[in-house]
Each structure stands twice: as structure tokens, then as C-alpha cells.
Design a protein around this ligand. Structure first.
Ligand code: LLP
Length: 431
């Protein structure tokens, strides 16, 4: 745990959060580098040590910035990007191109050209048209790319409908249908312009049970057998996606080894039985790396006590920096950082400042008696908070501070009003 309580104050990665709020302003995201590195070490221990071909590609969508990707790069990991923007950020952060992997269900020609120009490590092909598109770009540029096919394994997983991706009815991946997958695999195997390595799946996000990953592996192994039997081709790589659940409130977080060990065992046993060399295995964790490493700090403003109904405590951010409660009904927990040891006997609803009744961050939460000017900290906001932030109501996007052992530095400056209107134009017709 990087959070500690000392002298009635919340500390995060050795830093006094109330002082951070004063020094850097609120709303503010703070990230513990120590916690992020700890997660990578946990994965390294159970997934890489003893399996030197395996790779971890951090899913940048969870939180992407120069500082974050620099840290991922320094940890020796790979990165999974899903857009030209994330790819650009990875390159600018100094990521060696061969450690970049590109996912996405509708990559544009420009994005594919960018990937081919940089000669990134892998393109994960998501649709039948994409193979043709990549071949065309490779022919033009005289290059050959390493590719995998993303398969929709047709398994169910237990999570919010919006973040379940492995079921048959999905916009992601090539449908698992022998008449579709096998001819495409053959085309990729025979292609002079791509080097087909294997398959990818991602079953969903915020999962606490390894069942759907294991089921998906069975489905993919079946395909591996068919590809060997039908085309005499040996798959050399399997990408098992991400989706490992984290603690937002009182969920019991499962260890990486709980997910990864049985997955690896299944793959290794099956490959031995099929009689082919154990493949390189890749995972794409996003949330499980950064969620709990992030904390949001807000300043309390207006307080409305609607007698007999509810007490609304407004903070200076909201759905523009954390859309997850409004979008998925996601539940968080938080405390008043400057009253960390005071009894939590007030039941309040923490709301944001957007003109939207659904802009509620925490509902009916027990906290210490709130007053304007208090610093309210929301835990586990490191994944899909900043990365899904918006300028709704022309609120500016908060800054991000990276912490390490009591030291704090800017990782992303807060957006200013000027930054927000930088691309606005007044058309001549209005002048
Ligand atoms: N790989 C692929 C192909 C994915 O689609 C995703 C997530 C990941 C890896 C990383 O999954 P993770 O380890 O973070 O669970 N905005 C939603 C989450 C969307 C996840 C989309 N794909 C949320 O805030 O819950």
C-alpha cells in the first residue's frame, strides 16, 4: 500500500497529499511510480522469469502520457497502442519501435502507414479487410510486418457490458468461424508482406475469475491444432490480452499469478501435446498496472444538506476527469485527506461541477464532516480516468503529478483556457 495516514493527513508514496494539492492545485491526478513498478515486478516474477520469450505490453489506453510510457519503457516492457495518437506518444517517449504493438478494430490507412514507417513490433489484425490494407501499405513501402489475428473467442465474462469484448456478438476481432478464420490465416501465412505469428484475444476488463481467459485459451488452442493439421504451420506467438481486475472499493484483487500461472500451464501442456515449440506469450494489462497507483485530489466547494434526503458535497472536478461512475455506474471510495483520522460519521454524496445530474463521483459515502476548502481524495483513479477525460462544460483537464519516495514532479501540466481554445476558429462568415 502506498497510502498511509500520518498526523490526520493522507500520504501517498511518501508525499503529503494536502501539500500536493496546495503546491500543484486541484483537481489533480497523482500517480505513485513505486506502485506501478511494483506491479511490473509482480508480473515479471510469474510471467517472464523462466519464460524469456514472454512479453508484457502495457495497454496504454488505461493511462497514456510521455511520463507513463517512459516509465513503462524503463521497466523493459512493451506497449500496446490503439491509435495513431498513442503510437505517436510512445515514439515521442522514446519507445523502441520493435516494442510497440498495435491493436484496434478500425485502424485507418494513415495509422497503418505510420506503424509500417516506424517498423513497429506487431500489428494485431482485427478484421478481414485489415490484412489487405496492411499488405497494400507494405508493398508500397517495401516492408514486411509481423502480425497476429485477433480472434473473438465467443466466451462470456462477468463484467459491465460495455467492457466485455470476448463474446461472439462483438465489434472486436475476427469471428471464430472456421470458414472465415482458416482461409484468412492461410492468406496471412502465404503472404510475402506479412509474417504471421499467431493469435490474440481479449475477453474483457475488470475480471476476477480466470475462467474466461482459460476458456478462450482452449478455443485458441483448437485453432492452433487446425492450423498445424491443415497448413503444416506452427504458431509461434499467442497474445492473451488483459482484463485483470483491481480494487476500487472492497473487491478482492486476485494476484497476477492466479490468472497467469494456469494460463501458461494450459498453453505449455497443449503445445507439448501438439508437438510444437512453446510459443511466446504476451499479455496486455492496463488497469491492473495503473488503477491503484492513481489518486485524484479535489477541493471541496459548496455543500447542500437537503434535510431528510441527501447531503451533496461538490468538488472542483467530476465527470470531466472521471466519467466511469456516470458511464458504467463504477463505484469508488475516498476520504478527506486533511481529516484522515477523524470519525467518518457523515453520509454524503460527492458530486462534480458539471451541469449534469449524473455527475456524481461517490454516492452516500461515509466521510468525516466536510467543509469548504477540504481536500477530498478519491482512490484507484489511475486507469481510464485521465485517459477518458473531456472538456465538457469547457472545464479544463487537470494535471498529473508523478510521485516517487516522497518526491513529486509534474508529468502532465494542467490544461489552461488558452490550450482549450487553441484550435477554435471564427469562420469568416462570422467576422
Ligand atoms: N487489450 C485489449 C485488446 C483491450 O481491448 C483492452 C481493454 C486491454 C488490453 C486492457 O484491458 P485492462 O487490462 O485495462 O482491463 N474504459 C473502460 C475499460 C475499457 C477497456 C477496453 N479494452 C473502463 O473504464 O472500465
Amino acid at each position: 500500500m502506498v497510502e498511509k495516514i500520518r498526523n490526520n493527513t493522507l500520504y501517498f508514496d511518501g508525499c503529503n497529499t494536502v501539500e500536493l494539492a496546495e503546491r500543484f492545485g486541484t483537481p489533480l491526478f497523482v500517480y505513485s511510480q513505486t506502485d506501478i513498478s511494483k506491479r511490473f515486478s509482480e508480473i515479471r516474477k510469474c510471467f517472464i522469469e523462466g519464460y524469456p520469450k514472454n512479453r508484457v505490453a502495457y495497454a496504454a489506453k488505461a493511462f497514456c502520457s510521455l511520463a507513463m510510457l517512459k516509465l513503462v519503457e524503463k521497466e523493459g516492457m512493451c506497449v500496446d497502442v490503439v491509435s495513431g495518437g498513442e503510437l505517436y506518444t510512445a515514439i515521442k517517449a522514446g519507445f523502441p519501435a520493435e516494442r510497440i504493438e498495435f491493436n484496434g478494430n478500425n485502424k485507418s490507412v494513415e495509422e497503418i502507414e505510420m506503424a509500417v514507417d516506424y517498423e513497429i513490433g506487431r500489428i494485431i489484425i482485427d478484421s478481414l479487410q485489415e490484412l489487405d490494407l496492411i499488405e497494400k501499405v507494405c508493398i508500397e513501402k517495401g516492408k514486411k510486418m509481423d502480425v497476429l489475428f485477433r480472434i473473438t473467442p465467443g466466451v462470456k465474462s462477468d463484467s459491465h457490458d460495455y467492457i466485455v469484448t470476448g463474446k461472439k456478438d462483438s465489434k472486436f476481432g475476427v469471428p471464430l468461424d472456421d470458414e472465415v478464420v482458416l482461409p484468412y490465416t492461410k492468406a496471412a501465412i502465404d503472404s510475402e508482406f506479412v509474417n504471421f505469428l499467431g493469435y490474440h484475444f481479449h475477453v474483457g476488463s475488470q475480471l476476477f475469475d480466470n475462467g474466461s481467459h482459460l476458456q478462450a485459451i482452449d478455443v485458441i488452442l483448437d485453432l492452433v491444432r487446425k492450423v498445424k493439421d491443415s497448413f503444416g504451420y506452427n504458431i509461434t506467438e499467442l497474445n492473451l490480452g488483459g482484463g485483470f481486475g483491481v480494487r476500487y472499493r472492497d473487491e478482492e484483487r486476485k494476484s497476477f499469478s492466479y490468472f497467469l500461472e494456469p494460463m501458461m500451464e494450459k498453453v505449455c501442456n497443449a503445445f507439448k501435446e501438439i508437438g510444437i515449440e512453446i510459443p511466446a506469450m504476451v499479455i496486455e494489462p492496463g488497469r491492473s498496472i495503473v488503477a491503484e497507483a492513481g489518486l485524484s485530489l479535489y477541493t471541496v466547494g459548496s455543500i447542500k444538506d437537503i434535510k431528510g434526503l441527501r447531503k451533496y458535497v461538490s468538488v472542483d472536478g467530476g465527470m470531466t476527469d472521471n466519467i466511469r461512475p456516470a458511464l458504467y455506474g463504477a463505484s469508488y471510495t475516498g476520504i478527506i485527506a486533511n481529516k484522515a483520522e477523524e470519525p467518518r460519521n457523515d453520509t454524503v454524496t460527492i458530486c462534480g461541477k458539471c451541469c449534469e445530474s449524473g455527475d456524481i463521483l461517490l454516492k452516500d459515502e461515509k466521510i468525516a464532516n466536510p467543509e469548504a476548502g477540504d481536500i477530498f481524495a478519491v482512490f484507484s483513479t489511475g486507469a481510464y480516468g485521465y485517459s477518458m477525460s473531456s472538456n465538457y462544460n469547457r472545464n479544463t483537464i487537470p494535471g498529473v503529478v508523478f510521485l516517487k519516495d516522497g518526491e513529486a514532479e509534474w508529468a502532465i501540466k494542467p490544461q489552461g483556457f488558452e490550450d482549450m481554445i487553441v484550435n477554435d476558429m471564427i469562420p469568416d462568415s462570422l467576422k
